[in-house]
Design a protein around this ligand. Structure first.
Ligand code: AMP
Ligand code: ZN
Length: 468
């Protein structure tokens, strides 16, 4: 398999440390609010990567963390504490906030057919691991204590800027007069391993340590959780591109300082989902969650389909128009498959067509080219030389990776959310018509039509039909 490695900036042949086994770590969510669909794009890409590796015969051991400890947006003390902020806003304990949003995240994963990683570890369950690593880093001279906090000295890490490709100057340019904490650090880019003294001293979640009562820095959790479950050598580490610096950069620095050898061979990053105004954020504009899409009548798997139509290393601009198109195409695809399925004798055992299987595998092995993989699916549907049994067998096989429920064709039944949404729209349209606002009324009809919901006005009222 060939995959782009952020560390070498090249597409490389993937070779794991141990034959046949892949040790994979993926950064998980910070559970202080719902995941937005940008975050979910990254988890979809990681899911495809894991399933592709599995498909081509590797045994994948995957670990993901859940960041459930309050912490700062940046390493510096100038960020805002996400968990504390949410606690205050919602009037709940940090642990309650974390539990609520972890559950919401798991639901999102399941609705997007994302396989849950084999091991999911909470940051707050691994404090001892962090203290063990910090102790070694201090003893080896990579870390120092200043103003009550433990910091990692980045000048001790010779390849510190290798992953991000930034140059050392950033460290100096980054010297920020306005950041109180920088006064206590040897270098502005030094990052906290343990904090006992910060402007967030009223932290709810604190633990005792040899350095005083405090809480861990952000980066230490991923290094320690990865090593606890996967050992001192990783094959793959993933995340979104925003994780490259500083998060993954700092993970490498502390892990390699700790072990004394190279830690992870392949760093694989997914590009952003943006909205039209730029980067999607949890605080800006309409907060795009999977739930919101569902309330608007979209099937979560249409969103998965939309993501798979583009390459994980290209930015994707989200719009409802593109989601409408994806939903339409996805529904039509399933309709076609449903027709093929009608004439299949499932009792017959069919051998998979090797040529198509190879083409599909090639697409994925070529730096996860999911859109090409989908094109091959269409080629199969069109191919008159294949019988329906052969087609369905291949589609079933491909869906092990694509996970689009391609053979599950009873979807014409609407979900409760979809029914509620349609009924609301019908009522809005009726009100618009009563107010002679025909433009709005027509828009509602057309928007529903794009989703395959056809309205029918009768003397008794408005009914609808699903045409997907
Ligand atoms: P967070 O919960 O903020 O730690 O982010 C979870 C994951 O989503 C990380 O791997 C981020 O790199 C990724 N991410 C954040 N924003 C976006 C975005 N707009 N598009 C794609 N991935 C993102
Ligand atoms: Zn991480």
């Amino acid at each position: 398999m060939k995959i782009y490695n952020t560390l070498t900036k090249k597409i490389e042949e993937f070779i794991p440390n141990e034959e046949g086994i892949v040790k994979m770590y993926t950064c998980g969510p910070t559970v202080y609010s719902y995941a937005h669909i940008g975050n979910l794009r990254t988890y979809i890409f990681e899911d495809i990567l894991e399933k592709t590796l599995d498909f081509i015969g590797y045994k994948v051991k995957r670990v993901m963390n859940i960041t459930d400890v309050g912490h700062i947006v940046s390493d510096a003390d100038d960020g805002e504490d996400k968990m504390m902020l949410a606690s205050r806003k919602e009037g709940k304990k940090a642990s309650e906030i974390a539990k609520f949003y972890t559950d919401a995240f798991m639901k999102d994963l399941s609705e997007l057919n994302i396989k849950k990683p084999e091991i999911i570890a909470r940051a707050t369950d691994n404090i001892d691991e962090y203290l063990k690593m910090i102790d070694v880093l201090l003893k080896k001279g990579f870390a120092y204590i200043s103003n009550g906090n433990v910091y990692f000295d980045i000048t001790k890490s010779p390849n510190y800027y290798e992953l991000s490709g930034r140059c050392d100057e950033n460290n100096l340019i980054g010297a920020r007069d306005d950041v109180e904490e920088d006064k206590f650090k040897k270098n502005p880019a030094d990052f906290a391993l343990w904090m006992t003294n910060s402007k967030f001293n009223n932290q709810e979640q604190k633990w005792d340590s040899p350095y005083g009562v405090g809480y861990p820095g952000w980066h230490i959790e991923c290094s320690c959780i990865a090593m606890k479950y996967l050992g001192e050598k990783l094959d793959i580490h993933c995340g979104g591109v925003d994780n490259i610096f500083p998060h993954h950069t700092n993970e490498i620095a502390q892990s390699e300082a700790y072990t004394g050898h190279k830690w992870c061979n392949y760093w694989i990053h997914g590009e952003y989902l943006n909205d039209k105004t730029g980067k999607m954020s949890k605080s800006k504009g309409e907060f795009l969650t999977l739930d919101l899409l569902k309330q608007k009548g979209y099937n979560p798997l249409s969103y998965r389909f939309l993501c798979l139509q583009s390459h994980y290393r290209n930015q994707l601009i989200f719009s409802y128009e593109s989601l409408d198109m994806a939903q339409n195409t996805y529904d039509k695809l399933k309709n076609k498959i449903s027709k093929i399925k009608e004439n299949v004798d499932f009792s017959q055992k069919i051998e998979l067509n090797k040529e198509y299987l190879q083409k599909f595998t090639n697409a994925l092995e070529n730096d996860l080219n999911t859109s090409n993989a989908i094109t091959i699916l269409y080629d199969i549907i069109k191919d008159e030389k294949l019988n329906n049994n052969e087609k369905i067998s291949l589609i079933k096989e491909f869906d092990k990776v694509l996970s689009l429920d391609l053979l599950n064709t009873n979807e014409l039944e609407l979900s409760d959310d979809e029914i509620k949404y349609i009924e609301e729209q019908i009522l809005l349209r009726k009100n618009a018509k009563m107010n002679k606002d025909y433009e709005t009324a027509d828009k509602i009809r057309n928007d529903l039509e794009k989703k395959g919901i056809i309205l029918k006005d009768t003397r008794e009222g408005t009914s609808y039909e699903v045409k997907r």
